[in-house]
Design a protein around this ligand. Structure first.
Ligand code: ZN
Length: 375
């Protein structure tokens, strides 16, 4: 009995010990399981989710940058497709691509846009003198009709209207023959042009490419002698208006700018026959043949590409070279000409055989000539 009793008591103690150990073991296993679970399961999940997030970021970045690349590639393709061999039909498909590319690239560049627009001077300085453009359609309200030759030609501009008095009475008129310059150490013009969509018009006096007429139409600005001038438009003359030591170039391009205070500054670029100019051709492709017509270009144009590499200039105070011949214009004529093909000259000649004002008296004005590059 005692044994049994001991046995029973042992058995009870033994069972109690076993149960206790099982409970301890279960607790330990459970505890180990939890800790091992947290060490091996959650971190991988975390790493995995992190890596997934990272991958997502990468792919997002990749798709964004590939979108930019696509836009840039499209821009490049468009730039390439604007060659003179491009058939007219393909312009339509290029147009759709172009719009997308323009939208994207403008989204990326909008932050640096310098759109401190010279709103008031846009109309005032519509061009370097072709101020009757736009009002020619409004009969009776605009300035007098004028031409380069004949009864309303340049010899009579000053007689056509009171506002044109400067054309005959002015003392600081443009263009001039560049000679006897004062060679100086001038600070280079700082160009901040940017690609933009242009409106190309035939205004009855010239072919003009205008900025600020479309959503993506701002062409940037330049800084001359510390003053900022927004680019408004550029246009062409044949033959050149300025001459250098009596030499007249085949053509001349005028880039017209205005400062916030309304002061005008023109950059003149002489054009000589030579190599085909692919930067000019997109404009030549669309220039309207009928006076009064205008075309909104479907591709962006970077006018900076139309400047010569050497951007030293002759500088002098002058005027608009078309009525009303207003003075107070800061002239900057590039010393180095650019070239266009003889075919490109002929294409313009077919529209405007002669649209150049004769050179005007210097009247004691000093012509500065920039002698240094990179200052
Ligand atoms: Zn001009």
């Amino acid at each position: 009995m005692t044994v049994f009793s001991r046995d029973k008591s042992f058995s009870r103690r033994g069972m109690g010990t076993i149960v206790f150990m099982i409970v301890i073991a279960a607790v330990l296993i459970a505890a180990t399981g939890c800790s091992s679970g947290s060490d091996e399961s959650e971190p991988p999940l975390t790493r995995e989710s992190r890596s997934r997030t990272t991958e997502t970021d990468h792919s997002a970045t990749a798709s964004t940058s590939s979108g930019h690349d696509a836009a840039l590639a499209t821009d490049q393709a468009l730039a390439a497709s604007t060659g003179h061999d491009e058939p007219a039909q393909s312009d339509h498909s290029a147009a759709a691509d172009s719009d997308q590319a323009i939208t994207i690239s403008l989204t990326t560049t909008s932050s640096d846009s310098s759109d401190h627009a010279v709103e008031s001077s846009h109309d005032v300085a519509a061009d370097d003198g072709d101020s009757d453009h736009g009002s020619t359609e409004e009969a009776g309200s605009g300035p007098a009709h004028w031409e380069y030759t004949g009864g309303v030609g340049q010899n009579y501009w000053g007689l056509l209207e009171d506002d044109f008095n400067s054309c005959v009475d002015g003392s600081a008129q443009s263009p001039i023959d560049i000679r006897d310059t004062l060679v100086s150490d001038l600070q280079d013009i700082s160009f901040h042009y940017k690609p933009a969509t242009l409106v190309v018009s035939n205004n009855g006096h010239t072919i003009q490419a205008s900025y600020g007429k479309t959503d993506h139409g701002h062409g940037g600005y330049m800084i001359v002698d510390g003053q900022e001038f927004e680019l408004l438009q550029f246009h062409f003359h044949r033959p050149s208006e300025h001459t250098v030591n009596g030499h007249q170039a085949a053509m001349e391009m005028h880039l017209v700018h205005a400062a916030a205070d309304g002061t005008l500054a023109v950059v003149g670029v002489l054009i000589e026959p030579g190599a085909f100019n692919s930067s000019l051709e997109p404009i030549w492709d669309v220039m309207p043949h009928t006076a009064g017509d205008e075309v909104v270009m479907e591709t962006v144009v970077d006018v900076y590409e139309l400047l010569p590499q050497d951007r030293r200039t002759y500088r002098y105070p002058g005027s608009l070279t078309t009525p009303p011949c207003s003075e107070g214009v800061k002239w900057n004529l590039m010393k180095t000409p650019i070239s266009v093909s003889s075919g490109q000259v002929d294409a313009f000649k077919d529209l405007y055989f002669f649209n150049a004002r004769y050179t005007q008296p210097l009247n004691g004005r000093v012509i500065l000539e920039d002698a240094t590059v990179g200052k």
